[in-house]
Design a protein around this ligand. Structure first.
Ligand code: 5AD
Length: 345
């Protein structure tokens, strides 16, 4: 691509699908550097230099779904399952808060063992004990549950659309449809949740056009948080032989997403740091402004095997190392809850 053309595209106030595809297809190193520089400047303009930390608790690896890519899928009988008790979840939330982190993410497989009231009580107890925002990431649940959890004080909900390609979505999710997922996402937004969506990059059969659609879907749904993470094969799934996502494509996707979506929170994901040892740092240079340290207690951690070789570490030490890294990049740690950049929460 000739230089002039690239700068013109990067300086357009609004990118269309063709522009996005063009940017995702860049191969020349100089062009990619220019794309990344632009993403970093958009990040600085709309999000500032703060990196927001979200402490995550993966409290159950039981899952009713059977997504072909995910190690937690119901058909994976090699995985030893666990459920963390409400008391231990609340205790872990306190540890997150004590580490100075102001968002607690409660994540699990789709596990209806944790009934509406159980989750409500966990939310109430955490909110009473700690000054934190709560993000839920529990998969597709019932609308009355979402409503009650919002009323109980939960702030945000993560429900990735995974892929905007309807056929691919159906092929990967035996019991679920894209349309259904989007209905849930809309409802979550309508009752006041800050909503997060996003995709998996490098799925078999996925095209650059599909990834452009993923970014545009996040735009259309006006998501507050958007996660673009690389596919990493899990040896305990039917997709064990599919190669992992291309690192460069992942970084380009994050950069283009930042340029298109502007005032959204974008994490440097755990999957990215699994794909590359420098992943988290790289992520922060291509538009990301969020990192989610894992506080799942040690005895369960290894069993939350969404994919292979997920990084494990001591969270408190990890947060200290993160602070150093972030400061060395001329950035700083967010000191408030790091709510959505879109409304006054
Ligand atoms: N590689 C990368 N991401 C995955 N997820 C599930 N399985 C994989 C995998 N093999 C992601 C999904 C889900 C999130 C919790 O983990 O996007 O939303």
């Amino acid at each position: 691509a000739d230089k002039k053309n690239l700068s013109d595209v990067l300086n357009k106030p609004k990118l269309n699908k063709d522009d996005i595809i063009y940017l995702l297809n860049l191969t020349d190193e100089k062009d990619i550097s220019e794309l990344i520089r632009k993403a970093d400047s958009v990040r600085k303009e709309y999000c500032g230099d703060e990196v927001h930390l979200r402490g995550i608790i993966e409290f159950s690896n039981y899952c009713e779904q059977d997504c072909l890519y995910c190690g937690l899928r119901k058909s994976n009988h090699q995985l030893e399952r666990y459920r963390i008790s409400p008391d231990e979840i609340i205790e872990t939330a306190r540890k997150i808060s004590s580490a100075g982190i102001k968002t607690v993410v409660l994540q699990s497989g789709e596990d209806f063992y944790y009934k509406k009231e159980v989750v409500t009580n966990i939310i109430r107890n955490i909110k009473a004990a700690c000054d934190v925002a709560i993000t839920l990431s529990l998969g597709e649940r019932n609308f009355d549950e979402y409503y009650e959890w919002k009323s109980a004080g939960a702030d945000r909900y993560l429900l990735k659309h995974e892929t905007a390609n309807e056929k691919l979505y159906s092929a990967l999710h035996s019991h679920q449809k894209l349309e259904e997922r989007l209905t849930h996402l809309k409802y979550l937004k309508s009752i006041g949740f800050q909503a997060g969506s996003g995709n998996i990059i490098g799925l078999p059969g996925q095209t650059i056009e599909d990834i452009a659609d993923d970014i545009l879907l996040c735009k259309e749904f006006d998501c507050d948080m958007c996660s673009f993470s690389p596919f990493i094969p899990s040896p305990e799934t039917p997709m064990k032989s599919i190669p992992p996502a291309d690192l460069k494509l992942t970084l380009k996707t994050m950069a283009v997403a930042r340029i298109v979506l502007k005032n959204v929170h974008i994490p440097a994901t755990t999957a990215l740091s699994t794909l590359s040892p420098e992943g988290r740092k790289l992520g922060l240079t291509v538009g990301a402004n969020v990192i989610m340290p894992n506080f799942t207690p040690d005895e369960y951690k290894d069993k939350y095997r969404i994919y292979a070789n997920k990084k494990t570490y001591d969270p408190v030490k990890y947060v200290e190392d993160l602070k150093q890294m972030i400061h060395s990049m001329g950035r700083k740690i967010g000191t408030d809850k790091g709510h959505s950049l879109k409304k006054n929460y």
